[in-house]
Ligand binder design. Structure first.
Ligand code: FES
Length: 156
């Protein structure tokens, strides 16, 4: 058991399934995703099978089961951003990276997720790349942006 998972589980009482989701959230906040090791350890801690834990966790969009890419993109698909064209931005990111939300590209460079509001509703569509916000994003900007980010990571 990694020290991080162990120290998180120590805060809870063994066998208490009502704390399953907070436990998983805390582990994901710490590791960035839910590793197989984490699922197994949480399962034995609360007394549920690994399959059950996966089943429950996959029910929630917030959980990831693979590490995030070096470039993490959040795309807002809240009402304002949707009305300003976020769907075309999402489609273009999907096309450029070849992955679905919550996945990571094979080269480990990109991952993205769709969120519901990032508090910049008047300037949508909004995306956030490794903590940096981009407003009024147009789908046509994405190929160059993705190419530039890939170049930076590959040459870092
Ligand atoms: S709806 Fe996109 S920032 Fe609020």
């Amino acid at each position: 058991m990694s020290t991080d998972i162990e120290s998180i589980l120590k805060k809870y009482k063994p066998g208490r399934r009502e704390y399953l989701i907070p436990m998983l959230q805390e582990i994901q906040d710490d590791l960035g995703y839910l590793s197989e090791e984490a699922i197994v350890k949480v399962g034995s801690f609360v007394g549920l099978s690994t399959t059950k834990i996966y089943g429950l966790a996959t029910f929630y969009d917030q959980f990831r089961f693979v590490p995030s890419g070096k470039v993490q993109i959040k795309i807002c698909h809240g009402t304002s951003c949707f009305l300003n064209g976020s769907q075309s931005v999402i489609d273009k990111i999907k096309e450029e990276t070849g992955i679905m939300p919550g996945q990571t590209t094979r080269d480990g460079i990109f991952s993205y997720e769709i969120v519901t509001c990032m508090g910049g509703c008047n300037n949508g569509p909004l995306i956030c790349i490794n903590g940096e916000y981009y407003t009024g994003v147009k789908a046509e900007q994405l190929p160059d942006l993705i190419k530039k980010l890939r170049f930076i990571i590959e040459n870092d």
